[in-house]
Design a protein around this ligand. Structure first.
Ligand SMILES: NC(=O)c1ccc[n+]([C@@H]2O[C@H](COP(=O)([O-])OP(=O)(O)OC[C@H]3O[C@@H](n4cnc5c(N)ncnc54)[C@H](OP(=O)(O)O)[C@@H]3O)[C@@H](O)[C@H]2O)c1
Length: 240
């Protein structure tokens, strides 16, 4: 059995400093891939890279700030040897508020983080993947990319949009050798829930009843390690 099926592959992981992104980064490194991690907190990224070892590099960047992305993305690609074979579009925010209490500015910020920033990343790596005739774009969606929940106006809108973008991209990339996969988890126990404190807030699943970040990472790794002619379109994951 090949224990490093992604050896020689290079992956950009947005939001790789904690939660699902960190679990994916660990899985990719275990599978032999080089990873470039992008997030805003330098200190946290440095700790993660110290844990992951020489296959990992850290790149501090607010993905909603194009000026920062323009500087940091080339550095991240350089750390990967000049190209990304894999993009894990994972970084995201999860604001909760009824529509009436969501300011237009807050709505726009969510779309920037969860939809526009992922678009910017995939737009940057797509030409190289097309030219190489191979590559894999993984979008971390959400149960809320198909189902709405009250209080999710901005979040669900962004995730429905991310799913639509994934579907258009998949149609456009058919036959190109570039694959794209949407991985849509239900509630997963990560720091994204810290401001909500679901264990003590009625109406939310308890952390113990949520998925683990590693469950989502398993799904990502499975999609990435299918034979090149197999494109896993969409994986939807919930607790049994
Ligand atoms: N946890 C769940 O229940 C759940 C369920 C379904 C889908 N998801 C999706 O899974 C993805 C990851 O969620 P998570 O639960 O792992 O969240 P998390 O624990 O809060 O981690 C989010 C990651 O994204 C980074 N990030 C956020 N905004 C950023 C920005 N503007 N620029 C750069 N990096 C940014 C964070 O690092 P910095 O703060 O240092 O920037 C962190 O590394 C999100 O897209 C989320 O919508 C989560």
């Amino acid at each position: 059995m090949n224990t490093t099926p992604l050896a020689g592959r290079a992956a950009l992981v947005t939001g790789g400093s904690r939660g699902i992104g960190l679990a994916v980064a660990r899985a990719l490194v275990r599978a032999g891939a080089r990873v470039a991690l992008l997030a805003r907190s330098r200190a946290v990224l440095d700790t993660v890279v110290a844990e992951l070892g020489p296959l990992a590099s850290a790149h501090t960047c607010d993905l909603t700030a194009p000026v920062q992305v323009d500087v940091v993305l080339p550095e991240a690609l350089q750390a990967l040897g000049g190209r990304a074979d894999i993009l894990i579009g994972n970084a995201g925010v999860f604001p909760l508020a009824p529509v009436a209490e969501t300011s237009p500015g807050a709505f726009e910020e969510t779309l920037q983080a969860n939809l526009v920033a992922p678009f910017r990343m995939l737009h940057a790596v797509l030409p190289g993947m097309r030219e190489a005739g191979q590559g894999h774009i993984v979008t971390i969606g959400s149960v809320a990319d198909r189902h709405i929940f009250p209080g999710n106006g901005a979040y669900s809108t962004s995730k429905f949009g991310a799913r639509a973008l994934h579907e258009v991209l998949r149609a456009e990339l058919t036959g190109s050798g570039v694959r794209c996969t949407l991985v849509s988890p239900a509630a997963t126990d990560t720091p994204i829930w810290d401001p909500i404190d679901p264990d003590h807030t009625p109406g939310f699943p308890k952390r113990a009843d949520m998925l683990r970040a590693e469950d989502v990472a398993d799904a990502v790794l499975w999609a990435l390690t299918r034979p090149p002619h197999v494109n896993v379109d969409e994986l939807r994951i919930a607790r049994s």
